[in-house]
Design a binder for this molecule. Sequence first.
Ligand code: NDP
Length: 369
Amino acid sequence: MKTENFVSRRSFVKKTSLGVGATALGLSLMPDLACGTTNKKKLGIALVGLGNYAGGQLAPALQETQNCYLAGIVTGTKSKEAEWMKKYNIPAKNVYNYDNFDEIKNNKDIDIIYVVLPNSMHAEYVIRAAKAGKHVITEKPMAISVAECQQMIDACKAKKRKLSVGYRLHFEPHNQKVIELAGSGEFGKVRYVQSEFGFTIGDPTQWRLKKALAGGGAVMDVGVYCIQASRMAVGEEPVAISAQEFKTDPVKFGDVDETVTWQLEFPGGAIANSTTSYNLRTNEYMVSAEKGRYGLRPAYSYRGIAGYIKEQPMGYTEVNQQALFMDAFAMNVLEDTEPVVTGELGLKDMKIVEAMYKSIANGGKWVVI
Ligand code: NDP
């Protein structure tokens, strides 16, 4: 991704996401702009997989959105059906399970399907959603291989449906500022990025520690944020990677990576150094450019993100990242415009992840991306 792309993305975000309220208010009944989908004002979203993120963040955010609303649910847990129907006023006709999911194609209330399942299930449900004629958002990581990401992109293209990945930080003002600085060159060329994201994972039986469901460990879960941060901060695509894995608990982390560090080399000479972990707490990134230093800490949280430029606070107001993200995507559908976070952007992360695991398997040897 070139710097210009990030810059245009930034101004696009400003227009369609931070200013989304005004845009939404300006909407009258839209002509058939949504790739032939709808002439609605507000698009219906169905959440697939009612776990922590769907229940704790996305459903509440959908109470604040202006261009979309929580219209339906897809769950494999019977008890969640009644609970969610009551809590969010969802009619029984908009409730699905994983077996009858494909019938959603006949449901005009559902315009967008948001896949919030364990990582290895993203590809299947995105492809099924596209085949059902719905626009799709999938959570990060986009999938667990480059091949799957490509299949998801192809499936959406074949049905002329829009696809996005839940990289909510593209809608967060401190993170957007870092993207803007990469584009403007105000601080000269970026020389170095230090990005870290780790937490201590609990329950040893959870799907995040099972390779078949997670595709990998900390790298797949929170390491992708560091990859995103480095790409955004430098404004280029990395060309090579060297990675190292550290394991202190081979029982708990028998199936997936525990702590991984890596270095990325960018074509303009910048270097990124990152750490991700399921066994230590860190959440920040720092950018060192020719004329100064800036960064974020915490950098990746839902709330409370703080940033500095030359030690002075950036001081942006907190936003609801999930609401802005979903509203912007709904507007992309309504206006038939390109999402800020595309499937191609998610696929590039997975290319880096695959190269990372290859480097680890080869004792940290540099791998061309
Ligand atoms: P949870 O484990 O809390 O929820 C996953 C849900 O998926 C379950 O509750 C269940 O819902 C459904 N499910 C279907 N099959 C399985 C299975 N075999 N094992 C476990 N769950 C299954 O996970 P999260 O909500 O934390 O994460 C879901 C996705 O969202 C992941 O891809 C994750 O990376 C991403 N995520 C993104 C965040 C972000 O900030 N962008 C933050 C957190 C997560 P049901 O009972 O309804 O069938």
